[in-house]
Design a protein around this ligand. Structure first.
Ligand code: B12
Ligand code: SF4
Length: 619
């Protein structure tokens, strides 16, 4: 059969793109069964800039699929909650053009709203719940059978229509032997198309997390049994992926890989024994990591570990059911950094009943992790949302459509959920929210502000909290009050600048040390802090008052006395497009002239050099 598997686009910046691993795995399984599989990644199509925002999304997406119905025997789509609106728009359009071609949905969203989907949308024929590795080929076999209903009734996890009635087959459990799965069909995509946007590719290490946090659907989707590919099998896959993709940077996907210490040690041992030159990252709970483990991981090429921290308050931890101990969280981050691994952390904004002290503690601690030169962690911020399959979804009655929440998850600029679907909050839970409009706006403004501050000027942010006498709550309130902040603004540069200009107003009143840090991190902060496109070179010269290392030590709290002063230096900053570079120099004007001359002689080379030095990426 000719099977087309589609990854719909999802929100996020250009770098939020990864090959759709679940679909590539299913494609490899289908190929083993003799089918011809095609993977269409509409997320890549959007993020690579090929998508034209001023033209119809439906039309552009349909053009990526065959025109004639006879060229396609089945359409399968992966589904996530935050982009289910655009997913269903595509499905509806597909059904209009190809009324006879069966459509099957799978993945972590429809697994929990299967009956509702089939009841509401005639355009969907099948929902295949849970893990599809064993059941998807069974579905294709059943569809080729002379009497499909007889066979369909036997497929575990299938929700389908028998006559006019929606039937829900019992679930069939999970794939126990992950070693038996084939390598993903990377030949169906062009790895280079991904690598130019994001240098890290995913490899699945395993599934299943033994914990059960109230905001997370993993335990219901992949269940609580920790499953992994054996160490030799996983390292085989890593070696194969290096050959197949030309990259040696991988994220080893598992929601909580480090939960089994013995396994991780064995994996590290296997990587080192085979001397594989690989740079990898993974996810861990903070309470699963030990110094011994982190050291072994570093020696085996691990460069970053993601920790879902959520909050530094013991009460919020209890509320989520995650139950991390704040002191242990701090220890784990420090030990990770000590072992030369970058700790990447995730926090949640918008907990109900969160006190100012709790918010302040979480935001301040994360600011320290981001800013401190010995840690330099990444921090990502998410707002609290109810996902199907997560325990919090029991409160789905609180959800109501909200234009701002919906715009927040919009995968392409200007895409809004069709009006007639807006009352279907279970199906489109991320276009809805449980908080009132004012609180929703506040949460999103705060989350956006933190993304920008942690991303663009982390040192100044931490310094204003440590040395500027403001609490995180006061900074966030100040930004909310001063800025013309529209969380629905789709122009990212405009949105980030409104945060930065409001933050700069607060910095104007802060001590000179904090102002100078902002001039180093964001030299154009008094005009337009960041730009998207700028053809000519722009420069600014700012007097420098403090010796840099002692300024940083003071800002980070490693030095109590004020920073040493310097008499002669200036800050020279030059930018073109989104890229800027900063020098500390005694002769800013001469250096600027030289730079201009170099730019005239070799504009492309100089721009590329600027690009390589730029520090304003990733917001
Ligand atoms: C890698 C990843 C990402 C990557 C992108 C992945 C990609 N492919 O492009 C990035 C980092 C961008 C990402 C971001 C986010 N993610 Co994410 N992510 C994952 C993660 C860890 C792994 C996905 C994966 O590849 N799994 C391995 C494969 C084998 O599994 P799979 O894709 O689910 O496929 C299997 C089944 O689902 C099914 N199946 C899937 N599709 C189909 C299709 C058909 C036709 C069939 C029959 C079956 C089928 O069969 C497959 C094989 O068993 C999952 C957690 C997880 N364990 O899966 C979360 C997960 C998908 N992410 C999630 C979330 C919430 C997010 C964020 C919103 C996080 C945040 N709060 O900011 C962001 C949103 C995006 C953004 N840009 O902001 C949720 C989604 C929940 C939901 N209901 O939508 C998940 C499930 C984590 C969780 N437990 O909550 N994510
Ligand atoms: S948040 Fe992490 S620890 Fe908690 S259930 Fe989900 S994957 Fe497991």
């Amino acid at each position: 059969m000719q099977v087309y598997l589609v990854q719909p686009p999802y929100m996020g910046i250009q770098y939020d793109v990864q090959p759709p691993l679940g679909l590539l795995l299913l494609a490899a399984i289908l190929e083993q069964e003799g089918h011809e599989a095609h993977v269409v990644d509409l997320n890549l199509f959007v993020k690579s800039g090929e998508f034209k925002p001023d033209r119809s999304a439906r039309t552009q997406f349909m053009r990526r699929l065959p025109r004639r119905s006879k060229q396609i025997d089945l359409l399968g789509l992966t589904t996530w909650s935050y982009n289910f609106g655009i997913t269903m728009e595509l499905v509806e359009e597909f059904r209009r053009k190809h009324p006879q071609v069966p459509v099957v949905l799978g993945g972590p969203h429809v697994t929990f709203v299967d009956e509702q989907v089939l009841e509401r949308f005639a355009s969907v024929d099948y929902v295949l719940r849970d893990e599809g590795d064993r059941t998807f080929p069974q579905l294709l076999r059943a569809l080729s059978h002379p009497n499909p209903p007889e066979k369909l009734a036997l497929i575990p996890g299938l929700t389908w229509r028998k006559g006019g009635e929606v039937v829900r087959n019992p679930s069939g459990g999970v794939v126990e032997d992950l070693d038996a799965l084939p390598f993903p069909a990377y030949h169906l995509v062009e790895p280079r198309d991904y690598l130019v946007l994001n240098t890290v590719l995913p490899i699945e290490a395993g599934r299943g997390c033994p914990y059960n946090c109230n905001f997370c659907s993993t335990t219901n989707m992949f269940q609580r049994k920790y499953r992994v590919k054996s160490a030799p099998r996983l390292v085989d896959e890593i070696e194969w992926a290096i050959q197949a993709t030309g990259s040696n940077r991988f994220e080893l996907l598992h929601d909580n890989l480090v939960a089994k210490k013995a396994y991780v040690l064995e994996l590290c041992e296997e990587i080192r024994r085979r001397n594989v030159d690989v740079d990898w990252s993974c996810t861990s709970r903070t309470d699963n990591l030990t110094e011994e483990l982190a050291e072994a991981m570093f020696l085996a090429g691990c460069s970053s570990i993601f920790f879902g921290i959520e909050s530094l308050s013991a009460e919020r931890q209890a509320w989520t059911g995650k139950k991390l101990k704040p002191a242990k969280v701090r220890e784990a981050i420090e030990l990770t950094a000590r072992q030369h691994i970058t700790p990447s952390t995730g926090i949640i904004i918008g907990f109900p009943d969160e006190s100012d002290e709790e918010l302040n503690e979480t935001v301040l601690t994360a600011a320290r992790w981001r800013a401190h030169p010995k840690i330099r962690g990444d921090v990502s911020t998410a707002s609290l949302r109810y996902y199907p399959g997560a325990d919090l979804f029991q409160h789905k009655d609180e959800l109501r459509y909200d234009a701002l929440a919906s715009a927040d998850v919009s995968p392409v600029p200007g895409q809004v959920l069709p009006e007639e679907w807006r009352d279907q909050v279970e199906l489109f839970p991320l276009d809805s929210i449980h908080t009132d409009p004012e609180e929703t706006r506040r949460t999103l403004v705060r989350r956006n502000a933190l993304r920008v501050l942690y991303g663009v000027c982390p040192l100044t942010f931490y310094a204003i909290l440590r040395r500027g006498g403001l609490t995180p709550r006061e900074v966030l309130d100040g930004i909310e009050k001063h800025g013309e902040l529209d969380p629905a603004e789709t122009d990212r540069v405009k949105r980030n600048n409104s945060v930065l200009l409001a933050f700069a107003e607060l910095v104007e009143d802060a001590p000179a040390e904090v102002r100078e840090l902002l001039s180093c991190e964001l030299p154009f902060w008094r005009s337009e802090p960041i730009v998207d496109a700028l053809e000519s070179l722009e420069h600014v010269v700012i007097p420098k008052y403090f010796e840099q290392q002692s300024l940083i030590d003071y800002a980070c709290g490693d030095r109590e006395e004020p920073p040493e002063r310097t008499e002669t230096l200036s800050i020279l900053a030059v930018r073109r497009g989104p890229d800027s570079v900063v020098w500390f120099t005694e002769q800013p004007e001469e250096l600027w002239q030289q730079f201009q001359a170099q730019f005239v002689a070799d504009p492309v080379g100089t721009a590329r050099w600027l690009d390589s030095l730029s520090n304003q990426r990733g917001t």
